[in-house]
Ligand binder design. Structure first.
Ligand code: CS2
Length: 491
């Protein structure tokens, strides 16, 4: 929920002259599904940079779950403030690339109309890992997912991202219009291929001929996205208003660093992204593996161990010398050796990541990153573990991150207080933990049996089970802080 601003409200009139382009000339070229803070601090900023050159790439955003973003931004003409913070420094900028935000739940016809507008050439997504209605371990569409079941029954009133995309592509084809490019911007392995698999898989459940059309005619380029964007707080709103003189119901706060690597494989026109710092490449995969395994694998490990050790923010957790050493060594000794050498000095990337995590200006909650771990672990930690095990090498640090997740989803913290575990599998994981009765070996066995997360191979790895059980036993008996300290000391 957002709090109502107090001062002069941000608006098109109030922001007059503060945009480097004439916003009245901007027309929509993109529909973005999942108009959350990350998109507004990342892709929407790159697009804002493009508009002075080409005003045909305005964004129509859509929220699939809640009307909060629309309710916050509509009174301010969908303008918002980008606040870039590092240490004591903060710069602010008004972003105008988002022209409208549609609340899908109450405005579905409007959303479908936007997606079938001939001016729309790209439909992009940040719907989070769980928005793809897939099995995280295999990447396959989950036909039993409630949203998929709904959209099969009501294909003209879809609620899921794949359902909306298939419906819009079907209507565009029937009207003789070209399709749009589907541009996935979520932290998934081979995210364009994953999006293609999910969309064509859903289409095939409805109409095999339509599925074949999508597979042949629709482009799904992969991307790697990177910018740390904590949830906005009321303190952020106060700081932004003090800096700009304009009250903004939902500014976004982020770091100076931003990276977007995009496979240059669009179905039709695309914005001149290379002019605004985006890397257009033939193969995103090396960049994506580097980011998912080094940044996101570290982030999730910090989230669970940090939360259990009592650190509310990432910057506090990484300030702990033992945890900082663990994370550095996780990247150096386990993640980096699984990555190809074509991206240069990964050590420098590692060191930059640790400095980014340490940014004290970003109140990035460990609890926020801990969300949806069942959807995140496969690409963030289990890929590293599988590659290491396949070479007969240890992955004890990555395994500690997994053990900390298992401890976290028991739903009870080290002080005996409840943990608000947000995860599509939260209830099931809690039931597993309760049935294990606090016995590490039992809990490991039962958790490794959750095939949506661990697949069917890891349960059979005796070395992995052994190290997991040892870590979990320590976490349960001695707590996260001491476990990390002793692990690092033992070298
Ligand atoms: C974070 C990511 O919340 C999370 O899971 O690990 O959102 C992370 O901040 C981004 O991937 C950074 O690019």
């Amino acid at each position: 929920m957002t709090t109502e601003p107090h001062g002069a409200r941000l608006s098109a009139a109030a922001a007059h002259g503060r945009l480097p382009y004439d916003r009245s000339r901007v027309t929509p070229g993109v529909v973005h599904l999942g108009i959350g803070a990350f998109h507004r601090a990342h892709m929407a900023v790159y697009v804002d940079d493009v508009l002075a050159t080409d005003p045909s790439w305005g964004i129509i955003g859509a929220s699939l779950r809640r009307p909060d973003t629309r309710n916050a931004l509509a009174p301010q003409d969908f303008l918002y403030t980008l606040a870039v913070r590092a240490g004591a420094d903060m710069t602010t900028r008004i972003i105008g690339s988002i022209l409208d935000v549609i609340d899908a739940a109450s405005q579905r016809p409007e959303l479908i109309a936007a997606m079938t507008d001939p001016r729309i050439r790209i439909v992009s997504l940040t719907v989070t890992e769980k928005g793809y209605c897939h099995d995280p371990a295999t990447g396959a569409l989950d036909p039993a997912h409630p949203d998929i079941v709904h959209d099969l029954a009501e294909p003209h009133a879809p609620v899921s991202a794949p359902g909306l995309i298939v419906r819009a592509l079907q209507l565009r084809r029937a009207a003789g219009m070209p399709p749009f490019t589907v541009l996935c911007c979520d932290n998934l392995p081979a995210n364009g291929e994953t999006a293609a698999r999910i969309v064509t898989g859903f289409a095939a459940m409805r109409d095999r001929e339509l599925a074949a059309y999508i597979a042949d005619e629709v482009a799904f380029p992969s991307t790697m996205v990177d910018r740390i964007v904590p949830a906005t707080t009321d303190e952020d709103r106060r700081l932004v208003e003090a800096a700009t003189g304009l009250a903004d119901a939902w500014p976004v706060v982020t770091e100076p660093f931003s990276q977007w690597v995009v496979e240059d494989r669009f179905g039709s026109a695309r914005p001149p992204l290379e002019q605004v710092g985006v890397q257009l490449v033939a193969d995103v995969r090396p960049y994506e593996l580097m980011k998912l395994r080094m940044l996101n694998g570290s982030h999730s490990t910090i989230a669970y161990l940090g939360y259990l050790a009592g650190h509310e923010y990432v910057s506090q957790a990484i300030a702990d010398p033992a945890l900082r050493t663990l994370i550095r060594d996780l990247m150096t000794e386990e993640a980096m050796p699984t990555l190809a050498g074509e991206l240069g000095d990964l050590g420098a990337y590692r060191d930059a990541l640790i400095e980014r995590f340490a940014n004290p200006a970003l109140k990035h909650r460990t609890w926020q990153i801990a969300m949806d771990g069942s959807q995140k672990l496969p690409q963030r930690l289990l890929g590293t573990i599988r590659d290491r095990l396949a070479r007969g090498l240890p992955a004890d640090r990555a395994a500690l991150g997994v053990a900390a997740w298992m401890r976290y989803v028991t739903g009870v913290d080290e002080g005996g207080q409840p943990i608000d575990v947000k995860d599509p599998l939260a209830e099931r994981l809690r039931a597993i933990a309760d049935a294990a009765g606090g016995e590490p070996a039992k809990l490991v066995d039962a958790m490794l049996g959750v095939a949506e997360v661990f697949g069917h191979d890891l349960a059979g790895s005796a070395p992995f089970r052994r190290v997991l059980t040892g870590h979990l036993d320590s976490l349960m008996r001695r707590g996260a802080a001491r476990t990390v300290r002793d692990f690092v000391r033992a070298g």
